[in-house]
Write a protein that binds this ligand. Sequence first.
Ligand SMILES: [Fe+2]
Length: 220
Amino acid sequence: MNPEMRRVVSEAEAAARRGWSDADVAALAASTLNLRVDEPELQRILSLPIADHGFREEVFTTDPAFHASVFGLRAGETIPLHDHPELDVITKVLRGRIRVQTFEWIDATSLTARECGEVVIGDADDALVLRKSPGTLHVVTAIEATAFLDLFAPYYDDVMRPCRYYKVAGSAAGRLRASRRDGGVPSASGDIADGNMEGIQLRVVSWEEARSCPAPLTKP
Ligand SMILES: [Fe+2]
């Protein structure tokens, strides 16, 4: 971790421990803008062993209140559709480029969500900020070899805030694809109008199933 990254992580940790505010989140996200790693550092991160959760992650600090780490994804690797229950997450690309497909809950109890489009972010872009509310899910795919910093407050735990993986249930995906074929019009935010109205039915899957076919939707 270089000194600038150390400073940002320390500030984030201090803010998290006092219960970070909206202003804290905005300031922290802004403070990550110039964070980068060079090519040798990217290659070092990509040579890390795969952790139990299936990815290369260098953890700087972790406990139930705060977690900071760097993930390394090789080109084409995907973190399947997953949620962030009651978590705020700041993600800053340090080198490379990722595609992020985002959903948000309409009703988490019934696993109904809406598609919110996708963005491609690289190291020159602002951090991606996911807030507790309304509760977001996403798929992260590396377009090229990528390292990114993740700041969580609080962090996942197995009981209160478990990380779950999801897939689009077949019938809902069929309805969404049908709405696209029938002329569903993307809104400015990238939503598909008919699918957005109808919602998308998700189901919880095991990590093994999530990994077997990570993309939740086939692009038209
Ligand atoms: Fe995530």
